[in-house]
Design a binder for this molecule. Structure first.
Ligand SMILES: [Zn+2]
Length: 238
């Protein structure tokens, strides 16, 4: 099949806007915002799901002065993008919690709500729009991938969004969230813990893992064999 070729100098049309095209969100202002405290600028982006039936319901709630909640952006399941609060301002989406020892996350972040009940997968159109938006916010405020977090990351036990259906790996692969470690955990974690405990107990000589394990076993459990076990940590744990 022959394709129409655009005339020279005319950009080809694409159904998906390129990542450099500025997004033009539908401006739907919310009264629920204030100034960022202590002159803080956004260094984090917090992702949420709305846990509501549809985007329209969520939009109403996020703009209702009675509920005193808001976010900077809402992305519908079909990829529609609304903006409710200017990025310069402090939206009310994060609440109590902390990340890297810092609180008042609302003053440090931009909040993005994703139209999703929390029970079903996020559509590809919605994820594409999110990725475009993340790229642009990250560029505007010089936010690194490790600044993109979930609500449940900063409010564990209290919040569960964006939830188990959210595709973090997709964001990680696109450098839009911090890549997860590839360590052979939990063995790696146990090894680190063992070394820390052994050092605290006095075994501070600079030796490799295997030699350290042999030395600790000679002292406490000379019958011990094979790879590091939890039992090897017990004599070091007070
Ligand atoms: Zn949330």
């Amino acid at each position: 099949m022959e394709m129409d070729t655009p005339a020279a100098g005319t950009p080809a049309h694409s159904a998906v806007p390129s990542t450099t095209d500025p997004l033009t969100p539908i401006w739907h202002p919310s009264p629920n915002f204030g100034p960022r405290r202590d002159g803080l600028k956004p260094s984090l982006i917090v992702l949420h799901y709305t846990a509501m039936n549809n985007a329209q319901e969520a939009l109403e709630r996020l703009c209702d002065p009675v509920h005193e909640v808001s976010a900077h952006y809402l992305i519908g399941g079909d990829g529609t993008l609304w903006q409710m609060v200017r990025e310069e301002d402090r939206a009310w989406h994060a609440g109590a919690g902390e990340w890297h020892g810092q609180n008042d996350i609302n003053s440090r972040s931009i909040g993005i709500e994703l139209d999703n009940t929390g029970q079903h997968p996020f559509s590809d159109l919605q994820m594409q729009r999110l990725e475009q938006l993340l790229r642009q916010i990250m560029r505007r405020w010089t936010i690194q991938p490790n600044g993109v977090i979930g609500h449940s990351d900063m409010a564990p036990g209290r919040k569960f969004d964006p939830g188990p259906k959210f595709d973090w790996l997709r964001l990680e692969r696109n450098a839009l969230a911090a890549p997860r470690g590839q360590g052979d955990s939990p063995q790696t974690a146990v090894q680190i813990q063992f070394r820390t405990l052994a050092q605290a107990a006095g075994f501070s000589a600079d030796v490799d893992d295997e030699t350290l394990l042999s030395a600790v076993r000679l002292r406490y459990r000379p019958w011990g064999k094979g790879p590091l076990q939890h039992a090897d940590l017990a004599p070091l744990t007070t």
